[in-house]
Each structure stands twice: as structure tokens, then as C-alpha cells.
Design a protein around this ligand. Structure first.
Ligand SMILES: CC(C)(COP(=O)(O)OP(=O)(O)OC[C@H]1O[C@@H](n2cnc3c(N)ncnc32)[C@H](O)[C@@H]1OP(=O)(O)O)[C@@H](O)C(=O)NCCC(=O)NCCS
Length: 155
């Protein structure tokens, strides 16, 4: 699937917010006002990368985002990779890897993220790019919801 990784435009935020609702099986496909608001803010203020499909003939604009990633600086001078999502129909074709590589290419300081330990595709993806598990945090959200805190050091 041909894609180009690029910075999101303000006009992409509704498409990315829609993809965000699709990407998580446990979240119902409903309008999330704050979710849309935050993607709009991130399109202006964070590193928000999109994997834009470059099919020929071109897809209708509303279908041209296959994945997205957002990362931003923390107050401790690190980067926090907040979220990466790939459209369910486009997974396993290397798009997540391309988004991560583009984000890490911009990283001159350590990058942190957290991930559900049972999310095997995501954990494998991060490890394949050099992230290591810094801590297994038990009950990160609610008591039964653990997270790995993973980190990456640029070389
Ligand atoms: C995690 C996610 C972003 C991966 O995107 P992707 O485009 O499918 O990833 P890639 O095709 O680049 O695959 C990268 C690596 O991930 C791992 N991977 C991908 N799909 C996998 C699967 N179904 N099972 C196990 N490992 C998998 C593999 O190690 C793969 O590398 P390989 O093909 O060389 O073995 C995607 O599955 C997704 O959007 N999931 C839902 C949202 C999410 O969980 N985001 C991460 C937490 S914020």
C-alpha cells in the first residue's frame, strides 16, 4: 500500500479523530468532543505525523489517512510518544514501523511511552525499533490495568 509519512495538516484532524475511534476495539464508535478537540490542538502544537495514502488513482480525501502518531515534549525534557494508530484494514504492512521511524528520526532526546503489556503487536513494534521496558507499572489506571513504561535512547 503506497503511503507518504508527513506532518498532519489542520484539515486532517477530523480524519485522525475518526481513525482513533476505529482503532480501539473496546471504545464504542461515538462522537468524543474532547477527542476531536485534542487532535485539533495536536495538529497545531505537537508532532502529529500521518501516513497518507498515495494510491493511484487518488482516494477520496476522507479516506486518505492510513495511520497517525502523536508525540510531544515532556516537562523533563524528554519526548512522550502518546499514541500510534493504524487503520485496521492497513495493519501488518509496515505502516506502523514507518510512522515510528519518522518520529524517532526527529528525536534527539529519550522517548518514553506506555503500553498495555497484552498489546503484543505494539510491544513487538516498539522493541523492534530499540525501545526497552523500563518498568512494569501495576494498576497504572485501575487495579487490573497494568502498563509497561518503555524508553528509547537516540544514538
Ligand atoms: C500497533 C500498531 C500501530 C502496529 O501497526 P502496523 O502498521 O500493523 O505495524 P507494522 O506492520 O509496521 O508491524 C510492525 C511489527 O509489529 C508487530 N506486529 C504487527 N502486527 C502484529 C500482530 N498482529 N501480532 C503480533 N505482532 C504484530 C511485528 O513485530 C511487526 O514486525 P514484522 O512484520 O517485521 O514482524 C497497530 O496494530 C494498531 O494500530 N493497533 C491499535 C492501536 C494500538 O494498539 N496502538 C499502540 C498503543 S498506543
Amino acid at each position: 500500500m503506497p503511503i507518504r509519512i508527513e506532518s498532519a495538516q489542520a484539515t486532517d484532524y477530523l480524519k485522525v479523530a475518526a481513525l482513533d475511534r476505529l482503532a480501539w476495539p473496546i471504545v464504542p464508535d461515538v462522537f468524543i468532543p474532547d477527542g476531536e478537540h485534542i487532535w485539533r490542538v495536536w495538529s497545531d502544537t505537537a508532532t502529529l505525523l500521518v501516513a497518507r495514502r498515495t494510491d493511484e488513482p487518488p482516494l477520496p480525501e476522507s479516506y486518505d489517512i492510513a495511520g497517525a502518531l502523536v508525540q510531544f515534549p515532556t516537562k523533563r525534557g524528554e519526548l512522550f510518544l502518546h499514541k500510534i494508530i493504524v487503520h485496521p484494514n492497513c495493519r501488518g504492512t509496515g505502516i506502523g514501523t514507518e510512522l515510528m521511524k519518522a518520529a524517532l528520526a526527529q528525536a534527539e532526546v529519550p522517548v518514553l511511552l506506555t503500553v498495555d503489556p497484552s498489546n503484543a503487536p505494539a510491544v513487538k513494534l516498539y522493541q523492534s525499533l530499540g525501545f526497552t521496558i523500563r518498568e512494569h507499572i501495576r494498576g497504572f489506571y485501575r487495579p487490573h490495568e497494568d502498563r509497561y513504561l518503555m524508553s528509547y535512547r537516540p544514538t
